[in-house]
Design a protein around this ligand. Structure first.
Ligand SMILES: Nc1ncnc2c1ncn2[C@@H]1O[C@H](COP(=O)(O)OP(=O)(O)OP(=O)(O)O)[C@@H](O)[C@H]1O
Ligand SMILES: [Mg+2]
Length: 381
């Protein structure tokens, strides 16, 4: 029996829990060719939700394209990867080449086929003739027009997902946003989802005076309801032949701060340990043993994080952990944790958030990585 819990990658359909309303809405919006912004902190499950939506839309006959913007090292590399992903909708590579060559007039695309030992292999697209930034901008306009052209040529709806979209900010400043927005706006048969995991950057991008202002609906992904996740964990333990002690699911969700990634990680690792011990029952003790193992394994990493922090930041981080992120500015908390004045606490909180250590959730702060939170609680003073 395989481990039923998945983390660190987009979850397959059978490990996907909850999100029914979000999925319905995303599918409906994309199906009616809207330009949707999907925003959440890291590891909440954007990519997994997008994958489910694209699969549903593809079953309904749409052509789907999925590109992770942050994986490219330059604007040109992104345009090449994006053009490739769109052309790859055509599974026969010589037809993909013919189509792309006819669609891009400003330069000659070179399509290289890389055969694999097994399976179909893949091809890459390069634009060797593009050298100046003017060439890049001209090419961008043509690449951004491709989804519309694909929809017209194939007489099918097209849905494009641009994941880690905040990375677009690093390419060529505002002109990318302009070009992309201008192209997308005219594509009546193309739905877009722009997903981003840095809420502050994404919020700026959809703010007034930016090209994507009011371009389409904004979806903010929340956490999965704790009871739903807890029930799912227990059900999957049960189905895979390990009987969970009552309350195990809730304890996993709680320890993991209900961050989807951390929930699945803790469940996965606990399942492995119980299985390796050859037992048929997973208890709360097992969960804590696994947690202790994970903390020990990550000790060096957490020490490095801790060393990087200034003393006021360390004190603030400890206060967030020990106060569950609440009432940090109260006189009581400030004395107890030997924090400085309000402005110094504020500066530390901002610095910790910027380093992705903390996250603001409504009125409280939470430690992003639940293992780091436990480590700080147990190993620092
Ligand atoms: N609906 C879900 N059901 C179960 N687990 C989920 C779900 N969504 C996310 N997860 C868990 O969270 C992990 C991260 O999910 P995903 O990669 O989709 O998030 P993300 O928001 O795209 O993260 P990142 O910002 O790192 O790209 C998954 O590997 C999985 O363990
Ligand atoms: Mg993602």
């Amino acid at each position: 029996m395989d481990n039923p819990f998945v983390y660190g990658e987009v979850v397959p359909g059978d490990a996907f829990v909850g999100r029914e309303a979000e999925l319905d809405r995303l599918v409906a919006d994309l199906g009616s060719s809207q330009k949707v912004f999907l925003i959440s902190p890291r590891r909440y499950g954007k990519s997994s939700l997008i994958r489910q939506a694209l699969e549903a839309l593809s079953r309904r006959g749409a052509l789907t394209v999925d590109v992770t913007v942050s994986s490219y090292s330059s604007y040109l590399a992104f345009l090449e990867g994006y053009a490739r992903a769109i052309a790859a909708v055509e599974s026969k590579w010589d037809r993909a080449r013919t189509w792309l060559t006819s669609a891009i007039a400003s330069t000659r695309p070179e399509i290289r086929f890389e055969p694999k030992e097994t399976g179909l292999g893949r091809f890459t697209v390069v634009f060797p003739g593009v050298t100046t930034s003017r060439d890049v901008n001209r090419l961008a306009n043509e690449v951004f027009a491709l989804p519309g052209r694909l929809a017209a040529d194939r007489k099918r709806a097209v849905v494009v997902a641009l994941d880690e979209f905040q990375a677009i900010d690093g390419f060529n400043g505002g002109s990318v946003e302009h070009a992309l927005r201008a192209a997308a706006q005219h594509q009546r048969q193309v739905g877009y989802v722009f997903a981003g995991s840095e809420p502050s950057l994404m919020d700026k991008m959809i703010g007034p005076r930016r090209p994507f202002y009011k371009a389409g609906p904004v979806m903010r992904l929340q956490k999965i309801p704790a009871e739903v996740f807890a029930e799912f964990i227990e059900r999957r333990f049960m189905k895979s032949g390990l009987r969970p002690e009552l309350g195990l699911g809730a304890a996993v969700v709680d320890l993991a701060g209900n961050l989807p990634y951390d929930v699945q990680r803790l469940a996965h690792e606990t399942w492995d340990d119980v299985r390796a011990a050859g037992r048929k029952r997973a208890t709360l003790d097992d969960l804590h043993t696994t947690l202790a193992r994970l903390l020990a394994e990550q000790e060096t990493l957490f020490e490095a994080v801790w060393q990087r922090l200034t003393l006021p930041q360390r004190a603030t981080l400890r206060a967030v952990v020990l106060q569950s992120g609440r009432e940090l500015h109260s006189a009581d908390a400030r004395t107890r944790h030997r924090l400085g004045g309000p402005s110094s606490i504020q500066a530390s909180l901002a610095a910790l958030a910027k380093q992705d250590v903390l996250l603001r959730e409504g009125a409280r702060y939470v430690v992003v990585d639940s293992l780091l939170r436990e480590w700080v609680a147990r190993r620092t003073y």
